[in-house]
Design a binder for this molecule. Sequence first.
Ligand code: SAH
Ligand code: SF4
Ligand code: F3S
Length: 441
Amino acid sequence: MKKVFIDTMGCQMNKSDTERMLGMLSHFDYEETKEPEQADLLMINTCSIRQLSEDKAFSAVGTWGKWKKEGKNIKIGFCGCVAQQKAQEIFKRAPYVDFVLGTHKIYSLPEIIKRINNGEKVCECTETNSTEDDLAKKYEIERVKGVNAWIPITEGCNNFCTYCIVPYTRGRERSRQPEIIIKEAQDALDAGFKEITLLGQNVDSYGKDFKDKNYRLAELLKDLNALEGKFRIRFVTSYPTDITDELIQTALELDKVCEYFHIPMQSGSTEVLKAMNRRYTREEYAEIVKKVREKIADVTITSDFIAGFPGETEEQFVETLTAIDEFELDYSNVAAYSPREKTVAARWVDKYIPEDVKNERFQRLNKKIQENCLKSNLKYVNREMEVLVENFYEHKGKMINTGKTRNFKTVHIPCDKDLTGEFVNVKITGAKTWYLKGEII
Ligand code: SAH
Ligand code: SF4
Ligand code: F3S
């Protein structure tokens, strides 16, 4: 067996691609190693959402390039979103790379490995705009054993928000066939997984491209919910205005679908949202959050925000802070705006916010998010909740199990027994900013 190391830098979709690549390679005598020094094949699965992530990718492969120069017999692959975007250019910047593989043809990996082993340099970055399901059927995914299985249901995005590179790195939106998704879920459950998370840049537009207009996310959830056994279902990410009443009702009615929605708002200001090409106002976003909360008890709603979008005034930024309070957002990811090649907003150079102002807004946003996170966690003290345990480790001489509630709260449970993969009922005994403490009952 040869050894492969993959450094995964991006989102869940990127992680899911890594999982697929490892699955395929396992059919070709490669096993995974977590130690780059021991690998025969080193791959980086890159993210280009911000300049920083792109820069990190080049510095990481630089180290491997040095090893190669020193005479180590290794092959190096540059994959993912930066690869899709830069293609041949990668070879100029990092000549020691053996292959560049974009996001559209990951199933050509076995072929690529054959070619590089014959001394070729390979670049596979053409856009296909189809899903790769036919090819996928050839290679069963061999997931590394775990609790949560990520399953992509849509690939790509048609929204073209003015700041975002994803439509350029992942292509147009396309939905995977339900039978393939259901089979993948069943295989994961058979392998002992306890949670299925459906992935898509825009998960609630699933099925928009099908001839059968009646099969959408709600229908897929119903089919998955009907699979046997005890397990949980989640889905991320939701575009605010694509969340239909039917979807909320379905999520409420299906016992395995958890009380959790990730609904990125990006900004609290309607004018900024317009400049971002998001298709909703502050008020429309508020309406959707209200609907979800009214229907689904204890639902956790999380969001993403960008600090310092070009032209954002102090007043508009403050609208983001007030949105977090007003809509009681339980947690949000925040990023300082980073101009990305090809995107519309990157051309508005004269409106760029100075770095120090952007960073200051980033800090203030983080502070607000932390406050709200604690407030949200405090609501659950003394409540009984079901936790699916994901990890077991030692902390300051004590053994701890950590896991998630149905509504995506992290709970730390002191207990000497490894309960990974089990559902346990706990009483919440305390709340911190980032987690709850619990005792088994
Ligand atoms: N499809 C999801 C987002 C996927 S990208 C949605 O529409 O909400 C993940 C997050 O990265 C985005 O929500 C956004 O907050 C952030 N992001 C995207 N492009 C960015 C950029 N140029 N600068 C800073 N953050 C960015
Ligand atoms: Fe990017 Fe917007 Fe598509 Fe999300 S919806 S992936 S932010 S273009
Ligand atoms: Fe994901 Fe980053 Fe690509 S967020 S889709 S890996 S640009």
